[in-house]
Design a binder for this molecule. Sequence first.
Ligand code: COA
Length: 153
Amino acid sequence: MSPRDKPALMKILKSSPEFKSHEVAVAEEVIDVYLQDINGAGYAVLVAEVDSAVAGYICYGSTPCTVGTWDVYWVAVDPEKRGQGIGKALSEEVDAAIVKEHGRLIIIETSSTPLYDNTRQFYLNRGYEIAGRIPDFYAPGDDMIIMTKRFRH
Ligand SMILES: CC(C)(COP(=O)(O)OP(=O)(O)OC[C@H]1O[C@@H](n2cnc3c(N)ncnc32)[C@H](O)[C@@H]1OP(=O)(O)O)[C@@H](O)C(=O)NCCC(=O)NCCS
């Protein structure tokens, strides 16, 4: 990601029905920290482009205080361009980068609500499994679902 990608990414985040405005604000903070110090942020942000236009992004990094564990912090695809393989391409790019770094475990935290049914299915189809659940984490009735993917070296 480079600074010129930010307006298009913010548009995608704001038009995604899954994200509440306070979540968009946190996503923006995470993006800004990265753009201010691409090498020092402790995580990476990749954008996907279709015909030179930003179509989605993924944010991931190695989890502090672990050996070989990585977090995918955020992923979003333009709502008008979903179901075309863009999220899959972003996920595969991250898998390859993590394997290259000898990573062995990826963690994703997501929501249990019906709004995230497609997202959870997307991760299951990418080889993630449900490793845990924290009831009422995000809000009463909105559990955190912890999904993991393992690589064997
Ligand atoms: C989850 C999300 C990132 C998925 O992105 P996406 O671009 O819609 O996903 P894809 O199109 O890559 O994958 C969806 C399916 O379409 C298939 N597909 C459709 N057309 C395709 C094409 N032309 N090329 C490749 N795959 C294609 C994929 O194979 C995949 O099928 P599978 O999951 O059964 O294997 C996206 O829906 C999103 O932004 N959701 C909201 C934000 C969100 O929930 N983020 C996570 C917060 S925890």
